[in-house]
Write a protein that binds this ligand. Structure first.
Ligand code: NAD
Length: 473
């Protein structure tokens, strides 16, 4: 372990949260080795013993949730209300996994002689993103441990302190040594860990570019599970009969929550032409009133972007809006310096989406408005994307929404709720550049286990059951 990761608060670069040694390949191999060694004992411990440790983790993360929220806000810059929301999801994940998620890994009984059992995969690598540095890795870790796997976790190199916090929480919960290992570092560490021979699966949450690289790098390891949770270019349909007060509030929240840095953030709004002006006015009015400020200050709605690099990337993409044929109809004011950023709105004259600005994930607080004439045109426009994570339909008509169900190709499709709306009791994920159809959320226990099918007979040979021409004794 030689190089050092410095974790600096995006809100104040003088605020150094910590220095963390970057793990080299030998240290990573040792961590994977410890997890491999711990695996048989943890697998055979049985569900109740594992559930008891998980319940202690639940209680402890519940007691320490304010401490975690403060750390998240300080280390990645999301506002306190948002960080508190994230911290509260850790204990909740334990309950939802034990009470509901385990049902998807339970023995399947077909009849007296046909059964399938579900088994842990072994050692699973969890690669976490910066935007939900605790909740999203936790969404893999809890189901993985509950089903009897061991975990080697690499947090984002932008949030190493949250990673250490999680390791402490597991240790304090009495998890046996080796069952949860933490390694620190960036792309190289992630790649080395993912490719390690003794890693049976990679549970990844992050960008399409890195998910794609992982897919390519693991082509010659066909037995290695790859569960990819990647980006989005999420959309909202606002129909003629929508409640516009609700639509504007849900849209504004979905554009700007976590400063636009959620995989489920809204980036494309397809609005019926008859209500487009009003929708734009309402949205502009909300976006111009948002409180942008230091994440740790109570009352702040939106903190800075995670880094200056992220700020520059978002600004570069934003600058392409006009070249893509869009008109900038709202550019919020901000007196603060980078990586603080104001929300923005761009308007296009048709639903044609050909430019990278319209097709790639922005990961900042900005969305584009497009006019539509009818529902089917809107559905086609939503589907005109390589991503497939989340969409919303704003309409008073259940029939219009039901028409979208199954026709809109996203893993999440909400009715009168923004794209960031999600439930821990439901699957989470999408296809295309958003994921490889191994949905997380409540279904995470599915990819954490492998089924084994059994035909089971207690009796002796039944000559009647043998095929014609097969010799009978
Ligand atoms: P990222 O892809 O840059 O990094 C994710 C993780 O992969 C980090 O731990 C990083 O260090 C590691 N990594 C980077 N290069 C690697 C490589 N070559 N091999 C192995 N590991 C590597 O993503 P990010 O910027 O941290 O997070 C933002 C992205 O995550 C956005 O695209 C967002 O949409 C997506 N995301 C998706 C979901 C979801 O559930 N679908 C949730 C949150 C975030």
């Amino acid at each position: 372990m030689s190089d050092i990761l410095r974790s600096l608060s995006p809100a104040d670069p003088a605020d150094e949260i910590g220095r963390f040694a970057i793990w080299d390949s030998d240290a990573i191999a040792e961590a994977v080795g410890r997890a491999r060694e711990a695996f048989p004992r943890w697998r055979d411990a049985g569900f109740e013993e594992r559930a008891n440790v998980l319940r202690r983790f639940r209680d402890l993360t519940s007691e320490r949730k304010e401490e975690l929220a403060q750390l998240i806000a300080r280390e990645m810059g999301k506002a306190l209300w948002d960080a508190r929301g994230e911290a509260a999801l850790l204990p909740a994940k334990v309950d939802v996994t034990l009470e509901h998620g385990m049902a998807y890994a339970e023995t399947m009984i077909v009849n007296a002689s046909a059964r399938a059992t579900f088994h842990p995969r072994g050692v699973l690598a969890v690669l976490g993103p910066f935007n939900f540095p605790a909740h999203l890795p936790n969404g893999h870790i809890v189901p993985a441990l509950a089903t009897g796997n061991c975990v080697v976790f690499k947090p984002s190199d932008l949030t190493p302190a949250v990673g250490e916090w999680m390791q402490r929480a597991w240790r304090d919960s009495g998890l046996p040594p080796g069952v949860f290992e933490l390694v620190q570092g960036g792309a190289e560490t992630g790649q080395t860990l993912a490719l390690a021979e003794d890693v049976d699966g990679v549970l990844f949450t992050g960008s399409y570019a890195v998910g794609r690289a992982l897919r390519e790098a693991t082509l010659d390891q066909p037995g290695k599970l790859l569960a990819l949770e990647m980006g989005g270019k999420n959309a909202m349909l606002v129909l003629e009969d929508a409640d516009l007060e609700l639509a504007a509030a849900e849209a504004a929240l979905s554009i700007t929550a976590t400063t636009g840095q959620r995989c489920s953030c809204l980036s494309r709004l397809f609005v019926h032409h008859s209500v487009l002006e009003e929708m734009q006015e309402r949205l502009t009015s909300i976006l111009s009133g948002l409180q942008i400020g230091p994440p740790l200050e109570e009352g702040t709605f939106m903190g800075p972007l995670v880094s200056r690099t992220a700020f520059e990337r978002v600004q570069r993409m934003r600058a392409q809006a006009e070249a893509a044929g869009g008109e900038r109809v709202f550019r919020g004011e901000t007196l603060r310096i980078a990586p603080y950023i104001a929300p923005g709105l761009v308007r296009f004259a048709s639903t044609e989406q050909t430019h990278a600005y319209q097709r790639e994930e922005l990961f900042g607080p900005e969305a584009a408005l497009y006019p539509i004439d009818d529902l089917d045109q809107g559905i086609a426009a939503v589907n005109d994307s390589e991503y497939g994570l989340a969409a919303s339909v704003m309409t008073r008509s259940r029939a219009h929404f039901e028409h979208c169900v199954g026709n809109v190709r996203t893993g999440i499709l909400n009715w009168n709720k923004g794209t960031i709306g999600a439930s821990g009791r439901l699957p989470f994920g999408g296809g295309g550049k958003s994921g490889n159809d191994r949905p997380a959320g409540i279904l995470a226990t599915v990819y954490c286990t492998v089924p084994q099918a059994h035909l089971e007979f207690e009796g002796g040979l039944d000559p009647e059951a043998l095929p014609t021409g097969f010799p009978r004794s």
